[in-house]
Each structure stands twice: as structure tokens, then as C-alpha cells.
Design a protein around this ligand. Structure first.
Ligand code: 6GU
Length: 224
């Protein structure tokens, strides 16, 4: 998968993909992430990419021309399955959306700042609008990092069996069960006997029950 990201804060997007599973995905050649600095498309020598909003009001709006130029330059090289705008008024990200995006080949993500981007860019180019939750971030970069991470780990071949995404919380609308490692007795707190029984069927049943119980207690909304 190839993911292009257009941003005015390229430094914010350096580190998130240089570690752990995102690094492994790129090292294996399964994921390429390319950051594109919108400032290179500025309308003047001062690096301007935003302007006051029509109708008045506080906050700047990202202008059409720099964004259109950046998007169209990238579209000359690739056909995008989706052009995604990260915005608090988008569809709230969940595992189902992540699963479906993980099957795409080329994605373009646009990070907004200030009051956001001119509505005409949304109308003309954007095919999906995604929010990562009901709170406000200073810009779309951290949201883009979250989106790339959640998609990237689902790309076939990125995770080995030992870290299979299939057993993650939310994968079947259930939270993950509790997990334990050595020692068996930590200051009098013991690991549940069933996990040491060696009976795989029993362990599987126990984990499923724990998942259901945990989901009922913490996220009854997931059970429908
Ligand atoms: Cl995608 N952008 C911003 N600026 N804030 C957010 C968000 C996105 N998702 C949740 N809050």
C-alpha cells in the first residue's frame, strides 16, 4: 500500500512511522508512507497557504490553490482509491472502516489546520472524511498518524501469527480478554488456573467469556 499525506507540519509525521510495526511494514515493502509539504505550493514568497474566511469570524481557512496543486500533482503519478480529509466533522473512525481501507492500494490523506480547508476542495476532491473521535485536535496530523497505524497493521503480511490482528479488541465487536505473563504468583495475585491447564478448548472458551463480560461491563453499545 502507498499512502501520501499532505500537511503543513511535516515534522509531526516523521516519528510515528519509524518504530515498531509501522517500521516493520515499511521494511518489508508492504507499506510506503510519503509526506508532502503543502508550503511548497504556497501562493507567494511568504509561504502563504491560508487566508481569512469570507463572512468574517476568527480563524484562517486553507486556500484552494495550494491544495488543488498538491493533489493534482500527486494524481498525475497515481490513481487514488480514496482521498481522505481528516476532520472532526468526518465519520468517526472504527475497526470496520480500518479493515476496509487496509484493502486499498493508494490512499491520499489531507491534514487540515486552523478552521479547516475551503469547502470547494472537499466537494471537488475528497472521497472520505474521517474523524478519530469527539474531541478537537490542533490539526489533522495526529489523526493521520492514528489512521495510518490502524490501517497499516491490517495489511496482509504485516503482522505475524503471534500478533494476529484477528484477536485484537473490536475485531469482532468484542473487547480483548485479560492477559498474564510470568510469574504465576505476583505478590499473592495469581494467574487464573484455566490458563495453566493446557486445555486449549477450555482456554478459548474462558477467553471468549471474559471478552463478552468485559464488553458488557465497559462497552455495552458494541453488543447492539
Ligand atoms: Cl481528524 N482533526 C482534528 N483537527 N481534530 C480531530 C480529528 C481530526 N478527529 C478528532 N478530532
Amino acid at each position: 500500500m502507498h499512502i501520501d499525506i499532505i500537511t503543513v507540519q511535516p515534522d509531526l509525521l516523521k516519528s510515528p512511522f519509524e518504530h515498531s510495526i509501522m517500521k516493520r511494514a515499511q521494511d518489508k515493502g508492504l507499506l510506503v508512507v510519503e509526506i508532502h509539504h503543502l508550503r511548497k505550493r504556497a501562493v507567494n514568497e511568504y509561504g502563504q497557504i491560508d487566508d481569512y474566511q469570507y463572512g468574517g469570524g476568527a480563524g484562517m481557512v486553507m486556500m484552494c490553490k495550494p491544495l488543488a496543486n498538491a493533489i493534482e500533482a500527486l494524481q498525475k503519478e497515481k490513481i487514488y482509491d480514496d482521498i481522505i480529509y481528516l476532520t472532526p466533522d468526518g465519520q468517526t473512525l472504527n475497526q470496520k472502516i480500518a479493515n476496509s481501507l487496509s484493502l486499498k492500494n493508494n490512499l491520499l490523506m489531507i491534514c487540515g489546520h486552523y478552521k479547516g480547508i475551503d469547502e470547494r476542495i472537499r466537494e471537488k476532491y475528497i472521497t472520505k472524511e474521517i474523524s478519530i473521535g469527539d474531541y478537537v485536535l490542533s490539526g489533522g496530523e495526529l489523526a493521520a498518524a492514528v489512521l495510518v497505524d490502524t490501517i497499516g497493521r491490517l495489511i496482509p503480511g504485516v503482522l505475524g501469527d503471534e500478533t494476529s490482528a484477528l484477536t485484537d479488541s473490536f475485531q469482532d465487536d468484542l473487547l480483548a480478554p485479560p492477559v498474564y505473563t510470568r510469574p504465576v504468583d505476583w505478590n499473592g495475585m495469581k494467574v487464573p488456573d484455566v490458563l495453566m491447564s493446557g486445555d486449549h478448548k477450555k482456554i478459548e472458551d474462558w477467553r471468549y467469556e471474559q471478552s463478552v463480560q468485559r464488553t458488557k461491563e465497559r462497552r455495552p453499545d458494541l453488543l447492539g
